[in-house]
Design a protein around this ligand. Sequence first.
Ligand SMILES: NC(=O)c1ccc[n+]([C@@H]2O[C@H](COP(=O)([O-])OP(=O)(O)OC[C@H]3O[C@@H](n4cnc5c(N)ncnc54)[C@H](OP(=O)(O)O)[C@@H]3O)[C@@H](O)[C@H]2O)c1
Length: 273
Amino acid sequence: MSKAFAVIGDPIDHSLSPNIHSAAFREMDLDCSYIAYRIPKDELKDGIEGLKKIQIRGFNVTIPHKVEMMKYVDKLDESCSLIGAVNTVENKDGVLKGYNTDMDGFLEPFKKKDIPIKDSKVLLLGAGGAARAIVAGFAKEKASNITIANRTLQKAEELSEFSKKIGLNAIPMKIEDVGDSAQNYDIIVNATSIGLKNEDSPISFDSLKENTVVYDIVYMPMNTDFIKKAKEKGAKIIFGYEMLLGQAVRAFEIWHDMEAPYNAMKKALLGGV
Ligand SMILES: NC(=O)c1ccc[n+]([C@@H]2O[C@H](COP(=O)([O-])OP(=O)(O)OC[C@H]3O[C@@H](n4cnc5c(N)ncnc54)[C@H](OP(=O)(O)O)[C@@H]3O)[C@@H](O)[C@H]2O)c1
């Protein structure tokens, strides 16, 4: 029987996941299909019942259901308990297991490009859901310390507390107080949604040292102002699509128990960006 997969969320029509996973199925000659399924905010419970009825094998979860989904899975991988949100679900004979691939997806480009994280000084912009997974990633890879800069200081403070609890020294600040301090860091990450609407970079790169790693997790547009300005200063760039791809690869491996066809998935993704 053909195996069905999906991504759920609202809005969902611009999701790139169906393209990426369908390309992987073609490449590996798998009898599988992957659809985007809109489930409005208050209809998650019924939506999941529907997916179980059609014996969905797995699904991705996006805005606004990532936190709420914690309630509806039968088992939680430790990645979810740490981050407090589910973005990938595996269905084994009606038993749903939740995973969070944000952290692995974020770290994947560092591994692929052999960029070390250990002992590095990190500046993280943003303190939302993705930022939390990123903090967990830097803690796992033993960065030296992290400065968390956010528009709302209180959220930066809360995320700094989480960071310290899992063993990574953290300093919270307001994003406008970053000023011209780019030179003080080895890795700078944008995990705010600034850039989605072509906004200017939230920080100055005037003092940026060459070869600093600059990573924007916003993937649409691909060349945000943040990326363009960092490139001009000779930074090593990691694009948001690389994280997205890292997550799709991880989801594929959870569901199919085999190595994902990275190049075919990358081709499908870049064709769609
Ligand atoms: N590449 C990938 O695979 C990937 C994965 C996950 C997320 N993302 C992208 O990452 C971004 C953040 O996602 P999320 O899930 O963490 O969202 P979220 O939980 O809603 O957090 C949004 C963050 O952006 C900040 N922000 C929003 N508008 C701002 C503005 N005008 N000025 C300054 N700060 C602003 C928020 O600051 P406040 O706390 O002050 O509101 C908060 O820190 C989104 O663009 C999403 O598409 C990409």
